[in-house]
Design a protein around this ligand. Structure first.
Ligand code: HEM
Length: 180
């Protein structure tokens, strides 16, 4: 784990997502986001005075995705279009903090239920923000392949190498290698 980030507070890792532990995850994650020197200002600029609306909305969002609660009504792409100054490094940091917070709070099988949609949605937000030929950072791609192994090999491997590179992403998170 990257030692330059403050660690997530230790808690007992849940085997199953529930409404209550999703709430703790969301509030714990945004505590870290707000304290983060890179992400904090982006969120604060947009959400000052509106956190009390945002956080319950994010609980509903994750509950809909992970518990199938189907209560979230919103447009994720649209919500991110007007954000000023968001660069590849913001996505890497967001993902790092989110995946690390999830990993600290859930056992692996449950953790993957959050990680896969987070990585996929982050990919689609990055492509719509930086252009459809933006190259998703290899670390993010590798993480997605670890949490959601591919059924078919990529057929666009050659094409991927000709695109501009994105920001590097910190360390692997799920199933750390033996040297970590
Ligand atoms: C660089 C990374 C990101 C930044 C800086 C960011 C920032 C924000 C901000 C400021 C808002 C509030 C918009 C508003 O109400 O005016 C928001 C909303 C939201 N974000 Fe993100 N976000 C990031 C990545 C993600 C990712 C990867 C996901 C999903 C996995 C996500 C899911 C959402 C959702 C569901 C909302 C609420 C949308 C709605 O209003 O219905 N965000 N985000």
């Amino acid at each position: 784990m990257n030692p330059s980030f403050p660690a997530a507070p230790p808690v007992e890792r849940a085997a199953e997502p529930t409404e209550a532990n999703i709430r703790d995850l969301v509030y714990g994650f945004y505590d870290r986001v707000r304290a983060d020197p890179l992400l904090g200002p982006v969120f604060e600029t947009k959400l000052a005075g509106r956190w009390d609306d945002h956080l319950p909305k994010m609980c509903t969002f994750w509950g809909s995705l992970v518990l199938g609660a189907k209560q979230y009504r919103g447009n994720v792409q649209q919500a991110h279009q007007p954000l000023e100054g968001v660069e590849p490094q913001h996505f890497s940091r967001w993902l790092y903090l989110f995946l690390d917070t999830v990993e600290s709070r859930y056992q692996p099988a449950a953790a993957i239920r959050f990680m896969e949609p987070a990585l996929r949605i982050a990919q689609s937000l990055q492509l719509s923000r930086f252009g459809w030929d933006y190259k998703i950072p290899a670390e993010q791609q590798a993480l997605l392949e670890r949490v959601a192994p591919k059924r078919h090999p990529r057929d666009d491997e050659a094409d991927r190498h000709s695109r501009p590179a994105g920001e590097p992403f910190p360390v692997p998170i799920v199933g750390r290698s033996s040297e970590n």
